[in-house]
Design a protein around this ligand. Structure first.
Ligand SMILES: Cc1cc2nc3c(=O)[nH]c(=O)nc-3n(C[C@H](O)[C@H](O)[C@H](O)COP(=O)(O)O)c2cc1C
Length: 217
């Protein structure tokens, strides 16, 4: 990479410089219509908690469904599902079944009514915790906090011994932005590892007691 100068960018472009996950959020309306939307502004809220935070515009069927049913599923796709991003991102009427529209098969959830998506590598079933609503610069948006009530990952990418997972195999779908649009990518392992304890003087992870894994069928 050539060094020497730096570009100064418009502040709103902060989003395009952070590689973001692409997560499919599946929900179901009160009338039973299944909905899917890709979301990238999704993050876990701190390590010891079971909360996730989704930043959403207000004009979303996803938001309407979460508000009325109080639940949703975060489905983690691999790069093989990249061609499902646009079909699920299309603005279609509320009564369109987006599983059918995108040719995706449902995967029954264990703790919520909203179905998950078959073919993803992990599923986070969530119950609504809270919605923080704000208008910023005239733009209404929401921070939706969900509590994960059931979490599953595909056996063949997960190592039960230490809770690590094989990102080379799962190839999580990610994206960065440019002026023209979205560039899709994945993550790769650089072979460096540190324990959580390495952040502390005594070398001990204060949260190590939390890791008592439960086997999933
Ligand atoms: C890769 C990708 C990431 C997106 N991330 C978000 C996001 O984080 N928040 C959001 O409100 N919309 C996001 N969108 C836009 C929604 O997916 C899109 O508006 C979709 O039609 C909403 O569907 P719905 O009305 O069925 O909920 C994203 C779109 C794409 C393609």
């Amino acid at each position: 990479m050539e060094t020497g100068g730096n570009m100064i960018l418009e502040n709103f472009k902060r989003e395009s410089l952070i590689p973001l996950p692409v997560v499919f959020i599946s929900t179901i309306s009160e009338d039973g219509i299944r909905n899917i939307a890709p979301y990238s502004c999704v993050m876990p809220v701190l390590r010891p908690l079971d909360l996730v935070c989704v930043a959403s515009a207000k004009m979303r069927d996803t938001y309407a469904n979460i508000k009325s049913t109080q639940e949703f599923v975060l489905n983690m796709p691999g790069v093989d599902m990249a061609d499902k991003v646009i079909p699920t991102a299309m603005h279609v009427p509320f009564n369109v079944d987006e599983f059918e529209l995108a040719g995706l098969k449902e995967r029954p959830s264990k703790k919520v009514k909203a179905p998950g998506i078959d073919g993803c590598y992990a599923w986070m079933e969530c119950k609504l915790h809270s919605i923080h609503e704000e208008v910023y610069g005239g733009f209404p948006y929401l921070l939706i906090l969900g509590k994960v009530v059931h979490l599953e990952v595909e056996d063949n990418i997960y190592n039960k011994e230490d809770g690590s997972w094989d990102i080379e195999k799962a190839k999580p779908l990610m994206m960065t932005g440019s002026d023209r649009g979205m560039h899709f990518s994945t993550a790769s392992d650089i072979g460096k590892f540190e324990t959580f304890g390495a952040m502390f003087e005594d070398g001990k992870d204060p949260l190590s007691w939390m890791h008592k894994e439960k086997e999933v069928q």
